[in-house]
Ligand binder design. Structure first.
Ligand SMILES: [Zn+2]
Length: 87
């Protein structure tokens, strides 16, 4: 199943989930992630290799990121934000 930005936002808000893993930096293993703070969503690329800190992003980007994963990875990500993958 594909998720929408609204579903992502709603589930994270209701369940009080503050971050979603994105990927691991190939150089330092830092786990980049999406972070929810005060109703907004940010991308945390804050590893030492490429310091960018948090940058504002949109729930649409989070939904797109989740939707383009492999089925297994998608289920894991959905589960991590409290959405049961029906497939
Ligand atoms: Zn790094």
């Amino acid at each position: 199943m594909n998720v929408t930005a609204e579903q992502v936002k709603e589930s994270m808000t209701i369940k009080g989930i503050f971050s979603i893993d994105h990927h691991q930096c190939s150089l330092c293993s830092y786990k980049t992630r999406y972070v929810r703070s005060e109703g907004l969503i940010y991308f945390d690329a804050g590893c030492d290799c490429k310091w960018e800190g948090w940058r504002p992003t949109r729930y649409e980007d989070v939904a797109d990121f989740i939707n383009m994963q492999s089925a297994v990875m998608k289920s894991k990500l959905l589960e991590s934000i409290g959405i049961k993958d029906e497939n």
